[in-house]
Design a protein around this ligand. Structure first.
Ligand code: CP
Length: 311
C-alpha cells in the first residue's frame, strides 16, 4: 500500500482531508500508541520543537492529551489559559498569537468559543495552527480519534451504521465526525429533538430521524453527544426531563443496536441525561479507550504537521 503524503500546513477542520490522509493519520497513530505503554514514554521525533496550547474555553481531555502527545514526542510545551493571559486586558486573540509567534514557537493548538478563530490565526500568523475545537464548527482531532477507535475495534467503516444521538445543532464533534465518517464510507444516522438538528442535514449524505428506535436499529456504533447547556441560550427543549425520556441511551434502548455495538461519547458526559450511567460504564462502552487513543492520534497529528517538508 502506498502511503499518502501529509500536505496541509494546518489542521483547522477535516473538510479537505482525504480518506488516504485519514488512513495515514490512523497508521501513524497506531505506530505511536505503543509509546504510551513503555516505561519511558518518549520518542525524540519532535525534539527542539515548541508547541503552545492556547485554550480560551475549558477542556480536560483535549488539552491534557495534546500536552502529553507533544511531551511524548519530546517537544517543549507551554499551556496558556485565557483567564490568566492579557486577553483579559483587551488584547485581541490575533495579537496574542502574534506575540507568542514572536517567541519562535512551532505550533499553536487553539480552542475558542467562537467559530472561525483557528482560521483567523492561520491567516494572520505564520505558525502551524491546530484546531482543538472552535465554537459549534469543528473539532477535527476528536473526530480523528473517534474514527481511529472505531477502526481499531470493528475494522474498516465502509457500510457500517454509525448513529449520533443528541444535540447535533451545537456539536462541533458531530460536524467533524459526520465529515470524517462519510469520507471513510460509513452510513451515518443523526438523531435528536427536531429543534436540535440543523435544517438540511440530509444534503451531507446523512440519514436524519427524530426516532431513537429507528436510529439505534442495527447500529454498529452508537455515539451520544453531550447536552450543551452553555450553548443553549434559547429554548430548544420543553425540559431536560422530556429529553431524557425520549433520547437518553439506556440499556433497554441499546438492545436495538447490534449485539456488540460500540458505545461512544466524546466527553464530558452528563450521566443520566444523554447516556445512562450503566451504559457509559457497560461492556460495550469504549469511552475511556477514546481518551487513551486521543494521545496517539494527537501525536500523529503533531508529528505529521511539524515534520512536514516545506519548499
Ligand atoms: N471531548 C472534548 O473535547 O473534551 P474536553 O472539552 O474535555 O477537551
Amino acid at each position: 500500500m502506498t502511503m499518502a503524503q501529509w500536505t496541509h500546513k494546518h489542521l483547522l477542520d477535516l473538510d479537505d482531508v482525504s480518506r488516504d490522509e485519514i488512513e495515514l493519520i490512523i497508521e501513524t497513530a497506531r505506530s505511536f500508541k505503543e509509546v504510551s505503554s513503555r516505561e519511558v514514554k518518549k520518542v525524540p521525533a519532535l525534539r527542539g520543537k515548541t508547541v503552545v496550547l492556547l485554550f480560551f474555553e475549558p477542556s480536560t481531555r483535549t488539552r491534557v492529551s495534546f500536552e502529553l502527545a507533544a511531551k511524548r514526542l519530546s517537544a517543549d510545551t507551554l499551556s496558556i489559559a485565557a483567564n490568566v493571559s492579557s486577553v483579559t486586558k483587551g488584547e485581541t486573540v490575533l495579537d496574542t498569537a502574534l506575540n507568542i509567534e514572536a517567541m519562535n514557537v512551532d505550533a499553536m493548538v487553539v480552542r475558542h468559543q467562537a467559530s472561525g478563530v483557528p482560521q483567523i490565526l492561520a491567516k494572520g500568523t505564520k505558525t502551524v495552527i491546530i484546531n482543538a475545537g472552535d465554537g459549534c464548527r469543528a473539532h477535527p482531532t476528536q473526530a480523528l480519534l473517534d474514527v481511529f477507535t472505531m477502526v481499531d475495534k470493528i475494522g474498516p467503516l465502509d457500510g457500517k451504521k454509525v448513529t449520533i444521538i443528541g444535540d447535533i445543532l451545537h456539536s462541533r464533534v458531530a460536524r467533524s465526525n459526520i465529515g470524517a465518517l462519510i469520507t471513510m464510507g460509513a452510513h451515518v444516522t443523526v438523531c435528536g429533538p427536531g429543534t436540535l438538528i440543523p435544517l438540511g442535514m440530509e444534503q451531507y449524505g446523512v440519514e436524519v430521524t427524530t426516532s431513537i428506535d429507528r436510529a439505534l436499529d442495527g447500529a454498529d456504533v452508537v455515539m451520544a453527544l453531550r447536552m450543551q447547556k452553555e450553548r443553549q441560550q434559547e429554548l430548544y427543549l420543553p425540559s431536560m426531563t422530556e429529553y431524557i425520556k425520549e433520547f437518553c441511551i439506556t440499556s433497554e434502548r441499546l438492545k436495538k443496536a447490534k449485539p456488540h455495538a460500540l458505545v461512544m461519547h466524546p466527553g464530558p458526559m452528563n450521566r443520566g441525561v444523554e447516556i445512562a450511567a450503566n451504559v457509559a460504564d457497560g461492556a460495550q462502552s469504549v469511552i475511556l479507550e477514546q481518551v487513551t487513543n486521543g494521545i496517539a492520534v494527537r501525536m500523529a497529528v503533531l508529528y505529521l504537521l511539524l515534520s512536514r517538508k516545506t519548499e
